[in-house]
Design a protein around this ligand. Structure first.
Ligand SMILES: [Zn+2]
Length: 308
């Protein structure tokens, strides 16, 4: 059955090495040509499958490859922001976080010639400790956020957050939160809305988890990265300033990041047959025109009610 489910897709536009090279080692590296190459392959795949998506660009990618942002916009997708560099929210002072958002928003809007409404933090980095950041996200001019993964993961997540889109009151005004999909199984919240989870888990898990989430009244909110479709992906030459220990760590990270990539495109095609995808901005726009209570909190049954 085609497009049985209804979903919203976000692509985080970055290189595979961002997390290790910046967050662990503190080095900045220029975005690579691989970002463009893999994003163009994704664009072709989306076009063939009738998929529209929101592309959360790093500002540094938009500044280095503005034509890519334009191409994404011209293809009918939505541009959005993923920070300027791939810094974790918690690693920046509030002032530095604000400056990075302003710079990134300007870079993406200038490159794409379109207004940006959406933001997603690196590493789904909004949680209780970084909650203040949402005041800044709203103040800078974003209207919706998709930075909360509502489960208790080892690296990220916020298990007390609602599983459905909802309004958050910030000191700078209301912000619409669109959390990534989790499913409630066996009394646990399990991640289901993402590239890495789809890549590593059997397809039957993704299919059943997404179907169950939607039957609970949740929209499917899914994330992906352009680099996840590159296979084979030999280790590129590494910068000479890295120490031997850092090279070793980066090799290990590359091995982890490339695991099961040979299945990504096939699984994405299955996903697009299971679920129709639109931009996250379209979900925000639908909420804007609604006059009554929010759609999802009214219809959601098991998942939302446990969080109230
Ligand atoms: Zn990222």
């Amino acid at each position: 059955m085609r497009n049985r489910l209804r979903g919203f897709l976000g692509v985080d536009v970055e290189d595979w090495f961002n997390m290790t090279i910046l967050e662990s080692f503190g080095h900045l590296l220029e975005p690579s040509e691989a970002v463009v190459r893999n994003s163009e392959r994704l664009l072709e795949l989306f076009e063939g499958e009738g998929v529209k998506a929101t592309w959360f660009f790093l500002g540094e990618v938009a500044d280095r490859f503005p034509a890519l942002v334009r191409r994404v916009v011209e293809a009918g997708h939505e541009p959005a922001v993923h920070g300027y560099h791939h810094h974790l929210v918690a690693s920046l002072s509030p002032a530095a976080f604000r400056a990075s958002l302003v710079k990134a928003k300007q870079a993406v809007e200038q490159a794409g010639g379109a207004m940006v409404l959406g933001y997603r933090a690196t590493d789904f980095g909004i949680n209780r400790r970084t909650w203040y950041a949402l005041d800044i996200v709203s103040e800078v001019g974003f209207r919706y956020d998709s930075s909360i993964f509502p489960f208790g993961g080892p690296r990220y997540g916020m298990s007390s957050a609602p599983c459905v889109p909802h309004w958050i009151t910030t000191n700078s005004g209301p912000l619409y939160e669109i959390p990534v999909t989790v499913v409630r199984l066996l009394g646990l919240r399990l991640p289901a809305g993402g590239g890495g989870y789809m890549r590593h888990f059997p397809w039957v898990y993704t299919r059943l988890a997404l179907s169950r989430a939607q039957s609970c009244g949740q929209p499917i909110v899914f994330y992906a990265h352009p680099y996840e479709i590159e296979y084979p992906a030999p280790l590129p030459s590494l910068p000479s300033f890295l120490t031997a220990r850092q090279v070793h760590a980066l090799r290990r990270e590359h091995s982890r990041q490339t695991r099961n990539r040979q299945h990504t495109v096939g699984k994405l095609k299955r996903l697009f047959k299971l679920c129709g995808f639109d931009t996250m901005g379209s979900l925000y726009a639908a909420e804007q025109t609604r006059t009554g209570p929010t759609a999802w909190s009214q219809t959601s049954r098991s998942c939302a009610s446990e969080t109230r």
